[in-house]
Design a binder for this molecule. Sequence first.
Ligand code: HEC
Ligand code: HEC
Length: 454
Amino acid sequence: MQALKLFVVAAFAVMISFSFFHSTKVSSQVRQTTDSNDRFLPRTPVEVERQSASAFSAQAATTTTTLTVTEAPAAFDNKTNGYLTQGPAFDTLNEDTVVAGRSFNDNRFIFEETEIIADGLGPTYNAQSCRECHQNVVTGGASQIAEHRTGHMTNGQFFEAPGGSLVHSRATDAAIVERVNFQDDIRTFRISTNTLGDGFVEAIANDTLLDIRNAQPFSMRGIAITVPVLEAGNIGRIGRFGWKAQHASLQSFAADAYLNEMGITSPLFPKENTSGGNDVSAYDTVADPEDDGDDVTAFADFMRATKVPPRGPITSSVTAGDSIFRQIGCNVCHTPTIVTADPGTRINGGAFTVPAALGDKIIHPYSDYLLHDIGTGDGIPFLPTSDYAFSANTIRTAPLWGLRTRNRMMHDGLTFTLQEAILRHAGQASAVTARFQQLSGTQQSQLRAFLNSL
Ligand code: HEC
Ligand code: HEC
């Protein structure tokens, strides 16, 4: 009990420093960052991105405002949500006819494109196209592909593996394939997440995420982490993408993925990765930046134009399971309903304005996009500094939309059944897990039926 209280106090202290005072200071004595980590320091506090109504309850939103909020379009159909035009028939596009930015189909083609060494692939990388890891059941979805991160602790401080915690699984030459050092005994897999519907998630106002956090009971309260929007000169915004909520903008994430998954540099990430800390420029034939930024914008706009994952059939067991999900408190972290910011709201530090297709939309992501310690933490913090040490054992609430398309669950992809996923929830979710265990067999199966409808 004492330990739990201490944890709660610590979590609250972190929360205060991150979100009320918007602390961005990093003490110099303990700072162990490299250039590439400096890139990840927010330069300013988060900006107010106010939502005109209570945005995490559709009911409140529709009754307290005259604005029209509507459900976001949902389907696995490779069709635009309205943010971009659909464009020329997809199967008529090829490398010569595709035009970055012209339409949903053009940008999807670029998201699916297989990169080769002449395009800048590698020297160290994980896969050749965004689609390779984001494809199930349509382009942009999740997949079973996991990436590998490692590091170690010395005197209570986390150190990343040489060259960064991400250990690439492939290289363009056998001599530079990255290996794991035995000293780096903190290791984890992080499985590929879904990006469908993420344009709506990007359009959630900072203030909405803070309102969700503030309404959570103290012992289950999440942490809102402030991260830099790279295309806005590192202006701070509440992170929401990735297992550590490490990005707030899809453009920043896309540039990060282009470098760190595929080895392709772009204006926001102009410097190549190493192989275990060793320079690999001898293996790199293409001048940096390898992409002038057009591909990165096409990836971001493709994801912004995707529809949200649709629900499966709603049976009577599903409806019963839905009520149980709320009664036992799963919904505290897995927030069922959020409304996006009004069209015209400036977000991403001013770099993006919410368009009509993405604004005032009701979404059902079943996530608060906040970090929680439910006892599954992988030990690897957002940045290897003492300021971010708190993030080592916190994970973003996994959004449950599209869950029925995933058969490997949790950040490491090492949980294979819903029952085991639920029972793995400890820490801040302990009380909810205990309530789950008290349910009858029928109630538990109704809850699983509900989860299988997401
Ligand atoms: C080798 C597999 C792989 C490739 C290739 C890849 N990704 Fe990912 N992607 C992942 C993994 C793994 C995560 C979760 C990473 C994490 O949070 O640590 C992820 C997460 C994301 C997210 C965050 C989604 C969310 O809400 O959590 C976005 C956005 C994204 N990727 C975009 C891209 C884009 C754009 C490309 C192509 C430039 C790309 N990815 C290429 C594996 C991949
Ligand atoms: C205190 C917050 C919290 C509560 C309460 C909570 N969860 Fe979670 N849930 C999380 C976090 C955080 C993760 C991601 C953990 C990880 O990957 O290590 C997660 C992951 C999951 C996953 C895996 C999804 C995937 O795609 O990998 C499922 C399923 C799930 N939760 C269902 C539930 C159910 C059902 C309940 C209620 C019995 C519940 N959760 C209660 C925070 C919570």
